[in-house]
Design a protein around this ligand. Structure first.
Ligand SMILES: Cc1ncc(COP(=O)(O)O)c(C=O)c1O
Length: 464
């Protein structure tokens, strides 16, 4: 009978840059996951920090190469979009790479201040403040600028926002404007609710910004479905750059476009995406449109979230029990939940790379993976490349461990890390993996599994 190893080797080019197998056990970036499991047990979340720096460096390299190749007379700046993971260890790792920050919440601003106090983030770094802003966020942004974070750029999401900065920021300040992009044709809405509509941009600039202490530095757009080589993406990018050119002719301060996030991450061992080609096409398209309009090319900012942190994460489980619920449907019951630990699986039908950690030499069979909540949607039964899931068979005395990989973005904030979750499924323990100066792998416990005391406290039960 064919083994699980045979199945993978026949389906994909394996090993890959990230994964290989030794003694029938999986290594993720050379980290022997069975060693981690033996030390900490499952379920566990794992953050492999070096991947964050690697991806940032890669994006910088391809954009800078595209700039050089196209003789593009502008700079590339990498901002990290904090909403994809706010953890201190993520920001600390990212900030080793000379990057800037994009925020989306009033509560991001204390994070910026703390990073400044601890020496990780200097006041001259760029802080791009996005989002529809409630009063506290507006106040925090104005205070940040007044406290000397001079490259803070609030990005106007609507026509009312700027009034607050005019009233509360002392002296000159920078602003950006978010343009409301059109959604992909099959989306429920035609135009994004986020940002200012195309037709309002120039009048708003003339009425509220031109000749005031506000300096319009950047124009921003974000394509919900990400950066893709599709007619839709290129036509939205062109429309956006044409608007930049129109505005640049009346606004000399404007010198930057922020093209948002949206670089994809690998969700299958067979994933293919030509990042360098996309960077090259973005740069050359922008240059071509600017030349046609006799406008100098802008500096380019990206705000990659998933791409920065997604591939650093993994979530590892064991199979608690096997249940054959009819003649052909076999369930592997795992010690966690998709709904609470990986809500994108449940909410967006998102796929992650899924691989066993041990027993690669065992034969395989088709399974459904079941989560622990009572919700009928708490399951995983298909992968990105195939509408089925296969895992090794095991004997009764064997325990199978398996992992979902590249789960490092958004899952904790969407799942409500450490809060109260469906069927009181606890947040799993969280392990951080880094490398010391000599390149040796080190692991440490960031947070133990959530316990009942923490839940009782949130729920308002007093101590017994
Ligand atoms: C304004 C903005 N920038 C950047 C991002 C990050 O996107 P991604 O994680 O796809 O890179 C988002 C995500 O929602 C966003 O809304």
């Amino acid at each position: 009978m064919k083994s699980y190893s045979d199945l993978i080797e026949q389906t994909f080019y394996f090993p890959t840059k990230e994964f290989r197998v030794e003694n029938n056990q999986l290594l993720f970036h050379d980290v022997n996951l069975m060693d981690i499991i033996k030390e900490y047990g499952t379920p566990l979340k794992l953050s492999y920090l070096p991947k964050i720096s690697e991806n940032i460096q890669y994006a910088k390299k391809i954009f800078n190469e595209a700039i050089a190749k196209n003789k593009y007379d502008g700079k590339y700046t990498y901002c990290y979009c904090t909403k994809s993971s706010h953890f201190h260890f993520v920001l600390e790792e990212g900030l080793k790479n000379d990057i800037h920050i994009e925020t989306s919440s009033a509560y991001d601003i204390p994070i910026i201040r703390r990073l400044n106090e601890t020496g990780h983030f200097s006041k001259d770094r760029m802080v791009v403040c996005n989002g529809f802003k409630r009063p506290l966020y507006l106040e925090n942004i104005a205070n940040l600028i007044n406290d000397g974070f001079k490259n803070t750029i609030p990005v106007l999401d609507n026509l009312n926002e700027i009034a607050h900065y005019h009233d509360h920021v002392k002296g000159e300040f920078k602003v950006g404007i978010r343009i409301a992009a059109d959604e992909e044709p099959n989306f429920a809405f035609y135009t994004s609710r986020l940002g200012i509509r195309y037709g309002d941009i120039v009048p708003h600039y003339k009425e509220m910004i031109a000749g005031t202490k506000a300096k319009l530095k950047l124009l921003h757009f974000f394509i919900n479905t990400g950066i893709k080589d599709s007619a839709y993406y290129w036509s939205e990018l062109s429309r956006f750059i044409y608007k930049y050119c129109e505005l640049k002719k009346i606004c000399p301060d404007l010198d930057t476009v922020d093209i948002g996030g949206g670089f994809p991450i690998k969700n299958s061992l067979g994933f293919e995406f030509d990042y360098a080609y996309m960077a090259d096409q973005i740069v050359s398209n922008i240059k071509w449109i600017c030349q046609k309009n006799h406008v100098p090319v802008p500096n380019i900012i990206t705000e990659f979230g998933s791409f920065t942190v997604g591939e650093s994460g993994a979530t590892i489980y064991s199979v608690l029990n096997q249940k054959l619920q009819n003649d052909k449907e076999l369930w592997y019951m795992m010690d966690g939940s998709f709904i609470t630990h990986m809500p994108d699986v449940w909410g967006l039908n998102e796929k992650f790379i899924m691989l066993p950690v041990n027993h690669w030499d065992n034969p395989f069979h088709r399974v459904n993976i079941g989560g622990l909540t009572c919700d009928s949607q708490d399951y995983y039964d298909s992968e990105a490349h195939i509408g089925e899931v296969f895992l090794p068979r095991t004997d009764e005395d064997e325990t199978l461990y398996f992992g979902f990989f590249h789960t490092g973005a958004y899952q904790e904030s969407l799942g409500g890390y450490g809060g109260i979750q469906h069927c009181l499924i606890p947040a799993p323990k969280h392990i951080i993996i880094s490398k010391d100066e000599d390149g040796n792998i080190q692991s440490r416990l960031f947070a133990p599994e959530q316990d009942s005391e923490q839940m009782m406290k949130i729920l308002g039960y007093g101590k017994s």
